[in-house]
Design a protein around this ligand. Structure first.
Ligand code: ATP
Ligand code: LTN
Length: 331
């Protein structure tokens, strides 16, 4: 690989990507490919920390892989693979688990939220999830990790794990930095704009899926919850409008001032329609490219097989060194 900084990120195949995944994370991944060495991964091992239907998980994993390509990840420029195909992640996870404190894991808000949501399945994997995420990142000694704001706490923990390991065993891991977009790092639910837009939301109207067709997208935006004023301005307390402005800004490139000017004197109806149309038009090429790629299973297989080979070669070198450092006998 060329001598550039290394980027690593991952996304869960827990369903179809939402507009939040797209704006907050995935759409930023493609443009990074020219300035960095990039490694991206569909994290199916993370997905099973909550119950998954096997056939659906398999389908979602392939779809996610193709979607990442449709969103601009070029397998010639980046390494793109499926997490469970690269065994080093699970192996490094064990070492890192032994360098992660119970107390640290107990403080993770995602663990608390997901435990509340699935009270009958608070499994050990859900608890140690951040250690596997640290393994993903540290296996490649990534410098930067592009994610949405909700992952900041996990990344902070990955940094702590790296630092702790370095203190115990001598400087080794690169301590990764989060890389968070200025606008759109937290896209909110269209129905409860104080909550993040999430793949696993039960209310379909709350979430725009990037494969939704134009009519569906427009309909969901029309129903978006706003407020009882009629002013398109970005202001504290106007969560719904702030969210729509953020979305509109990130798909059109317009800043908040010009959006306010564009809709001065107009009602929310006009604004919502404009946001819906802009989002649908923006996503159209992604949908078309996805439809093309998902037909070609043989090509996808070629891509993810080659991606896994490259990722394994790279991460195995790291793991061998880690095994030596912790005192395992050479094979
Ligand atoms: P789930 O609901 O199943 O936990 P999710 O929608 O949160 O999934 P992930 O796969 O956990 O999706 O996240 C993939 C990437 O998308 C992460 O970098 C995450 O920070 C980002 N992301 C997720 N939701 C949003 C959102 N609403 N706004 C901005 N970024 C987001
Ligand atoms: N936890 C992340 C997904 C994830 C990830 C990673 C992100 C798993 N491993 C490594 C960045 C780097 C999430 O739920 N979005």
């Amino acid at each position: 690989m060329e001598d550039k900084k290394l980027i690593f990120s991952g996304i869960q195949p827990t369903g179809t990507f939402t507009l939040g995944n797209y704006i907050g994370a995935v759409r930023n991944w493609g443009p990074l490919q020219d300035d960095y060495n990039c490694i991206y991964c569909v994290v199916d091992m993370h997905a099973i920390t909550v119950r998954q239907e096997p056939a659906k998980l398999r389908q979602n994993t392939l779809n996610s892989y193709a979607l990442l390509m449709a969103c601009g990840i070029d397998v010639e420029k980046s390494i793109l693979f499926i997490q469970s195909h690269v065994k080093t992640h699970a192996e490094l996870n064990w070492i890192l688990c032994c360098n992660t404190q119970f107390g640290e894991l107990s403080r993770m808000t995602q663990f608390k939220d997901k435990s509340k949501k699935h009270p009958d399945d608070i499994n050990a994997g859900l608890f140690t999830y951040p250690s596997l995420m640290a393994a993903d990142i540290l296996a490649y000694n990534a410098d930067l990790v592009p994610v949405g704001v909700d992952q900041k706490q996990h990344l902070e923990l990955a940094r702590n794990i790296a630092q702790r390991f370095n203190q115990r065993y001598g400087d080794f891991f690169t301590v990764p930095e989060p890389y968070i977009a200025e606008v759109g790092a937290k896209v909110m639910s269209l129905q409860e704009p104080s909550k993040k837009m999430s793949k696993s939301d039960d209310n379909p109207n709350a979430v725009i899926l990037i494969l939704d067709d134009k009519d569906t997208i427009i309909r969901k935006f029309k129903r978006a919850v706003t407020d009882s004023e009629a002013e398109v301005v970005y202001r504290e307390g106007k969560d719904g409008i702030n969210n729509l402005m953020t979305i509109y800004s990130s798909v059109t490139g317009k800043d908040f001032k010009s959006i306010e000017a564009e809709f001065a004197g107009k009602g929310y109806g006009d604004f919502k329609l404009a946001v819906g149309e802009a989002v649908a038009d923006h996503l159209e090429p992604v949908r078309t490219e996805f439809a093309r790629l998902i037909q070609d299973k043989a090509y996808l297989k070629e891509c993810y097989t080659a991606g896994a080979e490259k990722a394994l070669r790279y991460s195995q070198r790291t793991l061998n060194k880690v095994y030596r450092k912790v005192g395992f006998v050479d094979r």
